[in-house]
Design a protein around this ligand. Structure first.
Ligand code: SF4
Ligand code: SF4
Length: 444
């Protein structure tokens, strides 16, 4: 694709990067075939190719973003399915991230939307605030009908629907500390305990710590780490996402200096995609930050990669359960981890089924299900139907967003690591208890 940026515009590093990306696109349109929003809406401007054109015009013109561009970029899930399909290697992720940042700086959204986005950016990355907000959601539920009809009400309804009716108690294992390896020490890792995940389902981090320490790996929960920055990054709020990333680099830097790390382990694949991109995010920062970010990106591993590296082995007999594996977009498209989680589940003794249209997003996509509830709802229904059709007894996935999105369907959901921990000697995951109870078999 030809571009016409001026020499002045190309002095800006983000524009230079986008220019390179745009020039890689040959506008073949292969990507449209696997784009969820194009599949649902059938509008070229809601396809990757259409968005690439819109972003190109917006950046080249140097003018503020228009309502039209914002509408179509906002509808993008950042699922990155287009990157898997693209034969030319177009880095759509970096392009759309730049577009979102540009929109944030040049476009004024309507007041209710600004308030909503600010609230989400203030609440979600901080576990204490998020926990409080979820308690508030329980109180607010009966009053939502009093809000005037419209998108704002639909969004509030979507938020309340996603908020769990009962919150699990805080998990002390997630607090900053060092979990010693059991038996002979084989490795040392830092675990990103995340933000929303540690409130919504603390059992995921607990299962990760149990499983790794049982395998002889010391797990460090460094003080000072927090949200990976993805939530604000995808809203174009770069200064906030960089501050979050910097806090993590500081925390993990100290852990590296204290005893070295074999990996920074991430068990929410949305966060993993972002941490693996820290090297790019800090490319223009001072050498100290740039090299630390590159080091951390190189160390960042999804939990399934770590388990494979340290040769995960089950200890219990085959569970005789069929699992539908839902491949989170951030894992399959963002990190290109496709076969590994299924192989580990099979090694643990599960029968693994894959749903049709496995490449399509479930509609969760960070805060997308709150900002675009209608499209997210359609994608969720389609995903649940495909998962149900597998005939499996439960759904496994490696991302808290997907687990929350799919959690109120007819099948129970579990994080992959909870199932692997169970088969390696851990407790029965809550999702499995119901299945075992239903078939009246003894809990292993
Ligand atoms: S598949 Fe790749 S090269 Fe073709 S239009 Fe899409 S982004 Fe451009
Ligand atoms: S990231 Fe997903 S929704 Fe966005 S353009 Fe690519 S395929 Fe479509």
């Amino acid at each position: 694709m030809q571009t016409t940026f001026t020499a002045e515009q190309l002095k800006d590093s983000a524009t230079r990067e986008s220019n390179t990306i745009l020039r890689t696109c040959v506008h073949c349109g292969f990507c449209t075939a696997t784009c969820p929003t194009f599949q649902l809406l059938g509008d070229e401007l809601d396809s990757p190719r259409g968005r690439i054109y819109l972003i190109k015009d917006m950046l080249e013109s140097g003018r503020p973003a228009t309502e039209e561009v914002v509408r179509h970029v906002d509808r993008c899930l950042s699922c990155l399915s287009c990157m898997t399909t693209c034969p030319s290697g177009v880095n759509y992720m970096h392009l759309v991230d730049h577009a979102r940042e540009y929109i944030e700086h040049t476009y004024q959204r309507p007041l209710p939307e600004r308030l909503l986005r600010r609230t989400l950016a203030f609440v979600l990355p901080k576990p204490g605030r998020f926990r409080l907000a979820l308690r508030g959601a329980a109180l607010a539920r009966p009053f939502v009908g009093l809000l005037p009809q419209g998108l704002f009400r639909t969004r509030v309804q979507a938020m309340l629907k996603l908020a769990p009716k009962r919150l699990p108690p805080p998990e002390p294992m997630q607090q900053p500390q060092v979990h010693k390896a059991q038996g002979e020490k084989r490795g040392r890792v830092a675990l990103l305990t995340g933000c929303a995940q540690q409130v919504l389902d603390p059992g995921i981090n607990a299962a990760t710590i149990r499983l790794l320490t049982r395998m002889g790996i010391e797990v460090v929960i460094p003080p000072g780490q927090g949200c990976c920055g993805a939530l604000t990054h995808h809203m174009g709020q770069t200064s906030k996402s960089m501050a979050a990333a910097r806090a993590n680099l500081r925390a993990w830097g100290k852990a590296i200096e204290k005893g070295g790390l074999d990996a920074v382990v991430i068990n929410a694949s949305g966060c993993g995609t972002t941490v693996k991109d820290y090297g790019f995010m800090f490319r223009d920062e001072k050498p100290k930050w740039k090299s630390r970010a590159e080091q951390v990106s190189a160390l960042a591993m999804d939990i399934t990669e770590v388990l494979a590296k340290f040769n995960y082995a089950p200890l219990r007999p085959t569970p005789n359960l069929t699992v539908a594996y839902h491949s989170a977009c951030s894992l399959q498209h963002g990190q290109k981890i496709t076969a590994l989680p299924k192989q580990l589940l099979q090694k643990a003794g599960f029968t693994v089924k894959e749903p049709a249209e496995g490449h399509l997003c479930c509609g969760s996509a960070g805060t997308y299900n709150l900002m675009q509830p209608e499209i997210a709802g359609q994608l969720k229904a389609r995903k649940l139907e495909n998962l149900n059709r597998t005939g499996a007894q439960l759904i496994a996935a490696g991302n808290i967003g997907c687990l929350t999105q799919l959690g109120d369907g007819s099948l129970p959901t579990a994080h992959t690591v909870e199932l692997l921990d169970w088969m390696a000697g851990g407790p029965v995951p809550p999702a499995v208890r119901g299945v075992l109870g239903a078939r009246r078999e003894p809990v292993v």
